[in-house]
Write a protein that binds this ligand. Structure first.
Ligand code: ZN
Length: 489
C-alpha cells in the first residue's frame, strides 16, 4: 500500500515536471522570439502601407481566386493592452473590368474605418484577426495553458513550431525561423461551403522599424487564396492608440455568409401565385409547389437560414418533399445553405461549371462545425444546366435561364415564373434602400446586363424578386430596374 502511494506520488511529480518542462520550452522559445522581434515592451503598434484585399467566396467562377480590391492606403493600429484594433483604408476597384462579387463595381474611392474592441465574447474567427499576427500570436500562445514546441522541416527549411489549441478546437501554429522571426501562423476555421478551411498569415521581408522587427510583406490566405496582400512601408511602435468604440455598425466586406438573416424567428412569407411563395427574413427564397414535389429557389447564407426556409416551405406546402434546390450561383453567401438542403434529400440544380467544384469542396472534412450533411453523411445529387432548364408538371412552370455575359459570375442562373410574371435574380440587380426617383450617375453594368438578358429572352416581367431583398420589404417593380439603367418607363 505504501509502495503504491509512493509510486503514485512519483508519477504525479513526473507528470508535473514534464508539464512544467514542456511549458518551460514554449516559454523559452516565445521569450526568444519576443526579444528578437523587439516585442517585449510592445503595448501598441501602427503599421501602414498599401496592397489589396480580396472577397472570400465571391469569385468569378469556381476555379478563379477571390476578386481583388486595391487598397490605395492601409493603416492598422493595434492596442495590445486594450485589445483594440482600428483599420483605416481607401479601397478602389481592383478587377478591371469588374469580375465577381463583393460589392463590385466599386465606384470611386471607398473609405473604410473598421474598429474592433476584442473581448471574451468576440467570435473566435474575428479574434484570429489579431492572433494570426506575429505579436498577437506571441501574446495568445504565452497565455494559453497547452502551448507546445516541436521542430519541423517545411520544403527543406527547419522551423521551430509553437502551437496551442484554438477556441474552435483547431490548433494555432507559428513557424519560427532560425532568426527567431515568425514566418507563418496557421490554423483552420469553419466555412459552411469549404468545411475545415486553412487560414494563414505569411510574414516576410522583416526589417527594423524603430527597434521593432516588422515584416514588409503580409499575406493572409483563406481557402487557399489570398484575402490580404500588404506591403508595409511605415511602422510605429507604442503609438498613442486611443481607439474609440465604433459608432453603430461597421462596414465590413460585402457578401459574407454570416450577414443579416441568421435569426431563428419564423420567416415572413408572401403568396406570389398558386403554389408559389416568397420567404423573407433573410436572403429571399421562393418555394414552388408541383404535383409531387417542391422546388426552392436559393439555399443561402447558413445552415440556420436554410433550416428557416425549409421550415417555412413545409408549413406552406405540407406533405410534399423538397426535391430540388436551385442555386443561383456559387458565391458563398448564396451557397452556404445548400448542404442543409442536401441533408434534407434535395437535388441541387446548378450551372454545370459548379458541379465538379461542389463535389470537391463538399468532400472536405467538417470536423470543426459538423453540419447536417456531414452528420447524415449525405451524398449530394446534382442536376446541371447550361443555357436553360424547365421544371413543370403540366400546370406549374418554373423556367431557369443562364444570365449570359454576367460579369458577376460565369455560372449565374435566374428563375422566371411566367404565370406570375416574376423574375428571381441574385446580385445582377440589388435594389437601392428606397425606390430611386432618378437614374444613377453611373449605370451599373451588372444591372444593364440583366436588363439585356430579360430582353434577349423576351421575358414579360412585372416584378423582380431580388435574393438581396430590400430592407423595407417592398415589391420591386420591373420599372425599378429600368430606372437603374436610365431607361424611361
Ligand atoms: Zn454573388
Amino acid at each position: 500500500m505504501v509502495r503504491k502511494i509512493a509510486l503514485t506520488l512519483l508519477s504525479a511529480a513526473l507528470a508535473a515536471w514534464c508539464a512544467a518542462g514542456g511549458n518551460h520550452d514554449a516559454k523559452t522559445v516565445l521569450g526568444n522570439v519576443s526579444r528578437a522581434m523587439g516585442a517585449d515592451n510592445l503595448k501598441s503598434i501602427q503599421y501602414s502601407g498599401s496592397g489589396a484585399d480580396f472577397s472570400l467566396g465571391q469569385a468569378m467562377n469556381p476555379t478563379s481566386a477571390w476578386p481583388r480590391f486595391t487598397d490605395k492606403t492601409y493603416t492598422r493600429t493595434i492596442d495590445f493592452d486594450k485589445q483594440a484594433s482600428e483599420l483605416q483604408r481607401v479601397r478602389v476597384q481592383g478587377e478591371n473590368p469588374p469580375r465577381g462579387g463583393g460589392g463590385q463595381p466599386l465606384v470611386g474611392e471607398q473609405n473604410q474605418n473598421q474598429v474592433v474592441i476584442f473581448n471574451d465574447n468576440t467570435p473566435w474567427v474575428q479574434r484570429l484577426d489579431l492572433i494570426l499576427l506575429p505579436w498577437g500570436f506571441l501574446r495568445a500562445a504565452s497565455a494559453a495553458p497547452d502551448t507546445t514546441v516541436k521542430s519541423e522541416k517545411v520544403n527543406g527549411k527547419k522551423f521551430t513550431v509553437v502551437s496551442f489549441m484554438g477556441q474552435n478546437k483547431a490548433p494555432v501554429s507559428a513557424f519560427i525561423d532560425d532568426q527567431n522571426m515568425i514566418e507563418r501562423v496557421e490554423t483552420k476555421i469553419d466555412n459552411a461551403v469549404l468545411g475545415d478551411t486553412p487560414y494563414e498569415g505569411i510574414y516576410s521581408g522583416y526589417r527594423d522599424f524603430n527597434g521593432v522587427k516588422f515584416p514588409t510583406s503580409i499575406v493572409q490566405k483563406q481557402g487557399g487564396y489570398p484575402v490580404l496582400e500588404l506591403t508595409v512601408t511605415d511602422v510605429r511602435p507604442n503609438v498613442e492608440a486611443n481607439i474609440q468604440p465604433p459608432q453603430g455598425r461597421g462596414r465590413g466586406g460585402a457578401g459574407g455568409p454570416g450577414g443579416p438573416g441568421n435569426q431563428t424567428a419564423e420567416a415572413p412569407t408572401e403568396k406570389l401565385g398558386e403554389g408559389v411563395y416568397l420567404i423573407l427574413g433573410g436572403y429571399a427564397a421562393v418555394a414552388v409547389e408541383f404535383n409531387n414535389y417542391i422546388a426552392v429557389v436559393e439555399g443561402p447564407q447558413s445552415e440556420q437560414r436554410a433550416l428557416a426556409i425549409i421550415q417555412a416551405t413545409k408549413k406552406l406546402i405540407p406533405n410534399k418533399p423538397i426535391r430540388y434546390v436551385v442555386n443561383t450561383h456559387n458565391h458563398f453567401d448564396h451557397a452556404s445553405g445548400l448542404r442543409t438542403f442536401v441533408a434534407e434529400g434535395a437535388t441541387v440544380i446548378t450551372h454545370q461549371i459548379n458541379k465538379p467544384y461542389y463535389e470537391k469542396v463538399w468532400a472536405n472534412p467538417h470536423t470543426l462545425v459538423p453540419d447536417k450533411m456531414a452528420q447524415a453523411k449525405a451524398k449530394p445529387k446534382f442536376e446541371t444546366m447550361t443555357e436553360n432548364k424547365l421544371l413543370t408538371d403540366g400546370n406549374q412552370v418554373l423556367e431557369l435561364y443562364h444570365v449570359q455575359g454576367s460579369t458577376h459570375n460565369d455560372g449565374m442562373i435566374m428563375a422566371y415564373l411566367p404565370k406570375e410574371k416574376v423574375l428571381i435574380e441574385a446580385d445582377e440587380f440589388n435594389p437601392p434602400a428606397q425606390v430611386a426617383t432618378a437614374p444613377p450617375a453611373n449605370i451599373n453594368p451588372y444591372n444593364a446586363n440583366l436588363a439585356a438578358n430579360i430582353d434577349r429572352l423576351k421575358l414579360d416581367v412585372d416584378r423582380i424578386i431580388p435574393i438581396h431583398y430590400p430592407n423595407d420589404s417592398r415589391k420591386v417593380a420591373k420599372s425599378e430596374l429600368n430606372m437603374a439603367i436610365g431607361k424611361a418607363n
